[in-house]
Design a protein. Sequence first.
Length: 309
Amino acid sequence: MAVDNWALRGMRRRWVRRACSWIRRCRRGQHPTGCDSQARIRGHRLWRESVAPPRGIHSFKRCHNKTINRRHRGRGSTPGQRQVFSMAPLFFLHLPKTGGTSIRYAAHEIFPKDKIFMLYGKDSSTTHPYANDIMYYRGGMQIGDQLQMISDYLMQNEIGFYSSHMSAAYLPCFDPERAFTLVREPTEQVLSYYVFQKKHGRTQQSLEAFIEDPRNQNVQTQAFGCAEMDRLALVGILEAYEAFVERLNRRFGLAFKVAHKNARGLASRLTGPKPSPALRAYVERLNASDMDLYERAVARWSRIAASPA
């Protein structure tokens, strides 16, 4: 007899709610059986069993690949048309000034607002309220505890898209097979970063002083974090942005649009700093880690582009 998948999903959701309630009450000491270690163990066991995929399905280390089909009328769809898409979690490793803002904007055309989780600056309109509270208003917490709480939130709320300048690879629930990133040639990235910071009044430094400031060196490597290049599902370079978006859509069965948000305007490109060969060599020497990251990204993208879709 065939089993109704929707019934199974309903049972799973009820077990998840029960396990989460058990864990929260144990932590607060409100559970009738007390807050002893056995109660915690039982609650976490319920959680693991509730989200464990069936046999034969690949399970991730901490954050399981839970694909929930939603019937959602997407923006731009015709009246009465239903858009069906997967809500499995995607991790976007957003390296500064590499075209990531365009990816973020495109994500809002695909995922419901409550399934998008972003972590950027303090009190930023882009930063998710829960992330803002955990990362910027919990001064006494260890970073490991903060990351664990965010990871738990992603699992419990079935987040579909995660994006941040802080590498998602630090999250306990991170899965490289659901992660992607864009890398940019370091000299162009540094100059674009300088123009962006100058435009928003975040620096008054000259170009030379900005380049020599350690805080502005190897920015892409810092945002990439401890992720492993060869294990990520998709790695692209900004120079092949449109081809990258096309491959991204094929890889995950989505419909990211090709957009160019935060791109420098024509006037900025004409009047902005232009790297001389000497300046380019100097920037490359100060950003050796970013150069290595970019060269590995180019090699990885070349293999991806040459492979069948």
